[in-house]
Design a protein around this ligand. Structure first.
Ligand code: ZN
Ligand code: ZN
Length: 205
């Protein structure tokens, strides 16, 4: 979704661990802007080797595929479409659609208030699940805005723009603030079905 360390930290180690056990390169699907940042600051031979040239440029461990907002990528039975997001670095969310059932889930990635996101989400038929973030509690609403995240009150205001009625799962809560963020969300949820996203959750659709 974007280049921040909490979202890419394992990528260099995945390549180091399993690169030589695969027959094909691991493909990183990302916008050009995100690729540029990761190439410049991670796979630059200083922080980590450039695995798009290892073991050889013709047959590397890593290759990049450029995605664009609104464009879909089909992998097997699933279609993945990049959605707009509004964060401090170039960022996207994703719609994941099962091509046989037609049902979808949306993952926001890191974002704050973003009208173009809701325009695209409201055009999705049969949206079953929305996974969205709330990184801060309401006592840090200004920090949430500055760092372009959500706190519960900002998120609940934003959800007024959502026209469908998916199950909503909230992620990215600071561990020490988890209970507070959960309580604030549940207090304001109204008719929305909102839960905190638990580790090892399985979504079927
Ligand atoms: Zn971020
Ligand atoms: Zn993050």
């Amino acid at each position: 979704t974007h280049s921040h360390l909490d979202h890419i930290a394992c990528l260099p180690f995945i390549l180091d661990s399993v690169g030589d056990q695969r027959n094909t390169p691991l493909t990183m699907h990302a916008t050009q802007a995100t690729q540029d940042i990761i190439r410049k600051h991670i796979f630059n031979w200083q922080i980590w080797p450039d695995f798009s040239e290892i073991p050889s440029p013709e047959n590397p461990f890593l290759r990049f595929n450029t995605i664009e907002v609104g464009k879909s990528l089909v992998i097997g039975e699933r279609s993945i479409t990049a959605l707009p997001a509004n964060h401090t670095v170039p960022a996207v969310g994703y719609q994941l659609q099962d091509l046989s059932s037609g049902a979808s889930m949306v993952f926001s990635g890191d974002t704050t208030t973003c009208d173009p996101l809701w325009e695209m989400v409201n055009a999705i038929d049969n949206l079953r699940y929305l996974i969205i973030e709330a990184a801060f509690p309401d006592s840090e609403r200004e920090l949430a805005k500055l760092s372009k995240h959500f706190c519960p009150s900002l998120l609940l205001e934003e959800l007024a723009k959502l026209e469908s009625d998916p199950d909503i799962y909230v992620t990215h809560a600071k561990p020490g603030m988890f209970k507070q963020i959960e309580a604030e969300l549940l207090r304001g949820a109204g008719r929305r079905r909102i839960n905190m996203l638990a580790a090892e959750s399985v979504f079927e659709f």
